[in-house]
Design a protein around this ligand. Structure first.
Ligand SMILES: C[S@@+](CC[C@H](N)C(=O)[O-])C[C@H]1O[C@@H](n2cnc3c(N)ncnc32)[C@H](O)[C@@H]1O
Length: 294
């Protein structure tokens, strides 16, 4: 049982720290997800947990709480279409309109355990002939350091590699390690991971040509979605693409983006919108560890 005022305290804390907007009836979710944390910290009730959180020096506990409440589900080539669009719409456009000197920069803004950026890296590797001479940089960020550590290890369970990966991709890009599978070092080297909370500024990451921001905005309330989208528009090149999740839309939230012709969940910058991007050039500001397409 969670007392109403304790639930409200936890709800506000999660909203402030991660953008997670819990409705008034999700006590069962907190009970289920927070039980391991309470065990780890020797806490026997929600009231005790809240008391500890209200006290000083609780940063570590707050972080564990926020991480425990994130939904980290991801899988390779999730929803298929965004990845088909990557090779048939997005890359061809840049190849036709850009010069190879500048890198094409891709950001997976809620990368979780890495399946999304690695799916893109696999496609880049498999299109190496077309991409000869182009540099492509993939940055994967997430709120949770725990999932990023898993992503960086590139190790997946049998169950995880069976979700979305073809046998061909598995055999070509993974090696068996113990009970699981590890993605090859050359694919791993194509992605750099770093911790980032989307509620915080992200302009220091530089300007991107493609942003995958999938299945994270659904957890935010409308004002937070609008605010994050407005800032995404500012780090997207004028001819760039925004990819949202299957259940996500910009409608009613921002006029900074419009649907790419004939697409669902693939957006382009709306030049006439309220938040045109601040920059039109890709300016990498991260230490560049790019994939050299071979
Ligand atoms: C459901 S996963 C999505 C993974 C991947 N994009 C996909 O679609 O398969 C959502 C991820 O968003 C992350 N997340 C939640 N709140 C966030 C925030 N405020 N800033 C950055 N990442 C956040 C979670 O840690 C989680 O890994």
């Amino acid at each position: 049982m969670i007392a109403a005022n304790d639930y409200e305290f936890l709800r506000q804390l999660l909203l402030k720290r991660s953008g997670l907007a819990l409705s008034g009836d999700k006590q069962y979710l907190l009970n289920g997800r927070l039980a391991p944390i309470m065990r780890d910290h020797g806490l026997t009730s929600m009231a005790e947990l809240v008391l500890r959180l209200r006290g000083a020096n609780n940063e570590k506990l707050e972080r564990s709480l926020v991480e425990a409440m994130t939904t980290n589900e991801s899988f390779f080539f999730r929803d298929k279409t965004p990845f088909e669009n990557f090779t048939s719409v997005m890359l061809p456009k840049f190849l036709a309109t850009r010069t190879p000197g500048k890198p094409i920069r891709i950001w997976c803004a809620a990368a979780s355990t890495g399946q999304e950026p690695y799916s893109l890296a696999i496609l880049i590797r498999e299109n190496a002939a077309k991409l000869a001479g182009w540099r492509i940089e993939i940055v994967g960020t997430d709120l949770s350091q725990e999932v990023l550590d898993r992503a960086a290890s590139g190790i997946y369970t049998q169950f995880e590699v069976q979700r979305g990966l073809s046998i061909h991709h598995l055999m070509k890009h993974f090696a068996k390690v113990g009970d699981g599978w590890q993605i090859s070092p050359d694919i791993r080297a194509m992605v750099q991971f770093r911790q980032l909370n989307l509620l915080n500024p992200f302009h220091h990451l530089g300007v991107f040509d493609i942003v995958f921001c999938r299945n994270v905005l659904i957890y935010f309330d409308a004002p937070t979605k609008s605010e994050v989208m407005a800032r995404l528009a500012k780090v997207l090149a004028a001819d760039g693409f925004l990819v949202l999740g299957g259940a996500e839309t910009v409608v009613g939230l921002t006029d900074a983006f419009r649907l790419a012709p004939g697409q669902r969940n693939l957006y382009v910058v709306n030049q006439g919108g309220a938040h045109p991007p601040a920059a039109t050039e890709a300016r990498p500001t991260l230490p560049v560890r790019v994939a050299l397409a071979r």
